[in-house]
Design a protein around this ligand. Structure first.
Ligand SMILES: C[S@@+](CC[C@H](N)C(=O)[O-])C[C@H]1O[C@@H](n2cnc3c(N)ncnc32)[C@H](O)[C@@H]1O
Length: 206
């Protein structure tokens, strides 16, 4: 029996509330667990289509904040004054340059809800997802203010602990969170990382 029901309660809730995706509820839950947003903040949203996270982020940073979203897919115009959207692939250096320009300064928060095109082969999809997080961390390292935050989706699997060890070199704290709004049976979870540039170096013991 399949546990996948595209039109589950979060889907219906999102539709009724005018959110572009049920994923909006995941971000609302993530920011409840660890306060991610602040008014006037600059936020980068990697893998932003169709735009549910953009809607949530735009509201939480307020009219003086800025949310820059990027996706390979086109995002239908949102009509939100504090949101800019770029269409492109983050693995392309030209796209990354446009993103820096659009942001016009450092970000307080980098989000990534990017998911690879899944093949159905668990370990391969996990590996691709880890690679996307690595790319997002690189962008974060070039973009975040000291003390900045990072939150990224990753599929569970064998490389997860290694990925977390890598991230801990850049961030003070890394938490794994599985929002309730995640579909039943899904292997996705989110890494909430805080304190960019404030990680304690692993000093040798003498
Ligand atoms: C789960 S969806 C994001 C949903 C979004 N957070 C929302 O609330 O509407 C994942 C997105 O990541 C995008 N994506 C995956 N790899 C990407 C890449 N290399 N560059 C840009 N976007 C990418 C996909 O096109 C897809 O739209």
């Amino acid at each position: 029996m399949s546990t996948y029901n595209r039109k589950d309660s979060y889907y219906k809730k999102a539709k009724a509330a005018g959110y572009r995706s049920r994923a909006a509820y995941k971000l609302l839950e993530l920011t409840k667990r660890e306060k991610l947003f602040a008014k006037q903040m600059k936020v980068l949203d990697l893998g932003c289509a169709p735009g549910g996270w953009l809607q949530v982020a735009a509201k939480l940073v307020g009219p003086k904040g800025l949310v820059v979203g990027i996706d390979r897919l086109e995002v239908q115009a949102l009509d939100l004054a504090n949101v800019k959207v770029i269409q492109g692939d983050i693995t392309d250096s030209n796209t990354r340059e446009s993103l820096t320009k659009a942001l016009g300064g450092k970000a307080g928060l980098v989000l990534s809800d990017m998911a690879p095109d899944t093949s159905g082969v668990g370990f391969a999809d996990h590996h691709q997802s880890v690679q996307l997080v690595r790319m997002a961390v690189q962008i974060g390292a070039q973009t975040l203010v000291p003390g900045g935050k990072f939150c990224a989706k990753v599929f569970e699997g064998a490389e997860l602990n290694e990925l977390i060890s890598e991230i801990k070199k850049d961030f003070k704290k890394v938490r794994r969170v599985k929002p309730k709004a995640t579909r039943k049976g899904s292997r996705e979870l989110y890494l909430i990382c805080t304190g960019f540039g404030l990680a304690q170096p692993n000093l040798p013991h003498y």
